[in-house]
Design a binder for this molecule. Structure first.
Ligand SMILES: [Zn+2]
Ligand SMILES: [Zn+2]
Length: 348
């Protein structure tokens, strides 16, 4: 096969199908047959509706999709680890490999001009094939499905990193504001790490129901005017030792921070927007630590893949809707509504 299907996002809430040549792997690169390519909130927020991104989020008209998972079908010269048939998760940014951030594994933080995120500045996973740098590929155990792998490549990795930043353990209670895919991921992983009780909030009744039905939260609270009182009441009045905002909404961020217990930790993960709060009562006098957490490192992603295998945990559980590449427009319309679980494009 010499040509393949792909999908671009022109930025006016539409999806543009294109035909491309199947690329050939260069030095240190592999060609992946795509098996699963999920949609992330960032795709909706910064590309699909309109091209909002600047710098690392600037969309450069490439094949979309930054949550790719596939199988190696061709290996370029100079590859040292991967062979044909390997099933891999793609860490969704390739960095320069030499700067401080790259050397610590946080390719996301690379500021070299050569940095390129799949689906933003270099072709991503919404195509039959993806050209990937070997250094960005992580092999998966047989126990994980390709859909599991796609979900790890951004969303679950991002949720895991925030939980590491919060240092959660079985001694913690957790509040998650925003029960979209990243919030659901955080709840699922926190549960596996022994955290409890876990309470979640969202503005969407559908998302509250999904989180409850999946058993990922002990209580799901509608984010209305009474949410702050209800959330603290559910913690026995003490607040939560760990809180995590996955919504990016100012009211939800405020709720996460105000519901953090004295000496507790809070992480902001949801992107965009702003927040305002009274610093003394909400942070200083409560001895609160506030973290910003962006994606994860390659090594933490590899750790997570190993944990999922040992914990017998499947990210795929939060998938509510699956589409083929030919129906990518329907997949994006649904994801844009913000009421579903994870939406994935698969390649049957
Ligand atoms: Zn993402
Ligand atoms: Zn770098």
């Amino acid at each position: 096969m010499t040509s393949m299907r792909g999908v671009l996002l022109p930025g006016d809430s539409t999806v543009e199908p294109v035909t491309r040549e199947v690329p050939e792997p260069g030095h240190g690169q592999v060609l992946l047959a795509m098996r699963a390519s999920s949609i992330c909130g960032s795709d909706i927020r910064a590309i699909y509706r309109e091209h909002l991104g600047r710098g690392p989020e600037a969309y450069q008209g490439v094949v979309a999709g930054h949550e790719p998972c596939g199988q190696v079908v061709a290996v370029g010269p100079g590859c040292r680890r991967l062979t044909e048939g390997d099933r891999v998760v793609v860490y969704h940014i390739s960095g320069c490999g030499l700067c401080e951030q790259c050397r610590s594994g946080y390719l996301i933080g690379c500021t070299d001009p050569s940095r390129a995120a799949y689906g933003w500045q270099r072709d991503g996973g919404h195509a039959d094939y993806l050209l990937a740098d070997e250094t960005t590929c992580l092999t998966m155990p047989d126990s994980l499905s390709f859909v599991d792998g796609a979900l790890v490549s951004c969303g679950f990795g991002t949720a895991y990193e925030a939980l590491l930043r919060l240092g959660v353990s079985g001694r913690d209670s957790l509040l998650v504001t925003g029960l979209g895919p990243v919030g659901l991921a955080a709840a699922m992983l926190a549960r596996a790490m022994g955290v409890g009780p876990i309470v979640g909030t969202d503005v969407s009744e559908e998302r509250l129901r999904l989180a409850g039905d999946l058993g990922l939260v002990d209580d799901a609270v509608l984010a209305d005017d009474g949410a702050a009182d209800r959330v603290v009441e559910l913690s026995g009045g003490r607040g939560y030792t760990a809180t995590l905002d996955a919504s990016g909404n100012a009211t939800a961020r405020h709720l996460a921070l105000s519901s953090t217990a004295t000496w507790g930790r809070c992480a902001f993960v949801g992107e965009g927007g702003d927040v305002g709060f009274d610093v003394s009562p909400m942070m200083i006098h409560k001895q609160v630590t506030l973290h910003g957490s962006w994606v994860t490192s390659v090594s933490h992603m590899a750790d997570l893949i190993g944990h999922l295998d040992r914990w017998d945990l499947h990210p795929e559980r939060i998938v509510t809707d699956t589409f083929t590449l030919d129906d990518a427009d329907k997949a994006y319309q649904l994801a844009d509504r913000g009421t579903s679980g994870k939406v994935v494009i698969t390649f049957p």
